[in-house]
Write a protein that binds this ligand. Structure first.
Ligand code: F6R
Length: 367
């Protein structure tokens, strides 16, 4: 049942290329120049009139929503807020018929996400559910469903569901961009072509397993570590930090790289591992200066970036890992796989129950 893998989590990490393809299938036009969602009730007219988007979810699905915010703002030029469902539902959110609400849930059964969906609907919002289970409560109650076709996810730590949620956000972002005229056909075509390469590129990241395992065995000797990044990299490190905590029980915190010096830098001391994501060329210099601040306090830095930056980065960091080149907005679909494998191998090194971490359940149906 684990298809030759030692754990469901590793099997599911390896199923990501297929999950990407399946989630894209039937939604990209044959000519590769656009996207269609033929089963959505949300009309083009509604899409043109949307004033703001609210993305609501819990845990890993919330982290997908943080990337989703970057995607929708960049592609469709609509203001987006992303919130955790247990906060949203109790904070009198400003939501009305011109708000598009997107709830994200692998299981479709998360109690807080379901309650937030109902709260939004009661205020007149149109609610789209991005979910992996089409017969779920959330899918039933939502006005529209965008199904992620990741297949059943058994490991408690979510991997392929998260990345399929990213694919759903890319597709839906492009769809709205086309209707709102915020991206040219050339830009949309280029992004779709780059998305087409993602499955093969994930295979390349999977081949990095030996070097990631070695680094994971090193960090497994530490009690605390930090993750930093900017832009979508910040969203991805939050997911990486959760994944690591969840299955390795190593304490970590994820920071926006520019926030470190506003307090957290006080915690950096000799030998503390700091994992940086630096895939966004427009802010890479800034991230490198944050890395230097960490190095100056004795921190030990590993950075995930592109091959072209390796030589330069090695002047300021201890370890560099490189992912295949893609468009800036698409990098989360590759960089997160490094962090998933890191969490997996750290958990393995510490001999924890990878698929069934302590205190956690796959589906959280109580608030
Ligand atoms: C972490 C994890 C959880 C879930 C969260 C929401 O790996 O799996 O954080 O993402 O409990 O679950 P769903 O997506 O089913 O609503």
């Amino acid at each position: 049942e684990k298809g030759g893998f030692d754990h469901f989590m590793l099997k599911e990490i390896h199923e990501q290329p297929k999950a990407y393809r399946d989630t894209m299938l039937g939604r990209v036009n044959d000519d590769g120049k656009g996207v269609h969602f033929s089963d959505l009730k949300l009309t083009a007219e509604q899409i043109r009139n949307i004033r703001n988007v609210q993305i609501i979810a819990c845990g890993t699905a919330y982290h997908a929503g943080l990337v989703g915010r970057n995607i929708i703002e960049k592609l469709a030029h609509i203001p987006v807020e992303t919130d955790v469902a247990s906060e949203y539902r109790y904070r009198s959110p400003i939501v009305n018929k011109d708000t598009l609400v997107i709830v994200v849930s692998q299981s479709g059964e998360t109690a807080d996400t379901l309650a937030a969906l109902r709260e939004a609907q009661a205020n007149g919002a149109h609610v789209i559910a991005i979910t992996n289970v089409v017969g779920s409560s959330i899918a039933r109650d939502a006005d529209d469903v965008i199904a992620t076709l990741a297949g059943p996810e058994i490991a408690v730590a979510s991997t392929k569901a998260y990345t399929s949620q990213l694919i759903a956000f890319y597709l839906f972002g492009l769809y709205m961009a086309e209707i709102r005229g915020t991206q040219t056909t050339e830009e949309i075509t280029r992004t779709l072509a780059a998305m087409d390469s993602l499955p093969e590129q994930v295979e390349k990241v999977l081949e990095m397993a030996p070097e990631i395992k070695e680094y994971a065995e090193h960090i497994a000797q530490h009690k605390h570590l930090f993750f930093i990044g900017r832009g979508v990299d910040y969203a991805v490190v939050q997911e990486g930090s959760l994944k690591l905590k969840e299955i390795s029980y190593i304490h970590s915190e994820a920071y926006a790289a520019g926030e470190l010096k506003h307090g957290t830098l006080a915690l950096i001391e000799d030998g503390i591992p700091v994992i940086a994501l630096a895939t966004q060329e427009d802010v890479i210099e800034k991230t490198v200066s944050n890395i230097k601040e960490v190095k100056a306090r004795g921190g030990e830095v590993m950075v995930v970036s592109y091959e072209e930056n390796r030589e330069d980065l090695l002047k300021s960091v201890d370890t560099v890992m490189t992912i295949p080149r893609t468009l800036p907005i698409l990098s989360p679909a590759l960089s997160v796989v490094v962090l998933q494998l890191l969490a997996y191998y750290a958990s393995l090194a510490l001999e924890h129950d990878v698929d069934k971490p302590r205190n956690l359940a796959k589906s959280v149906t109580v608030e």
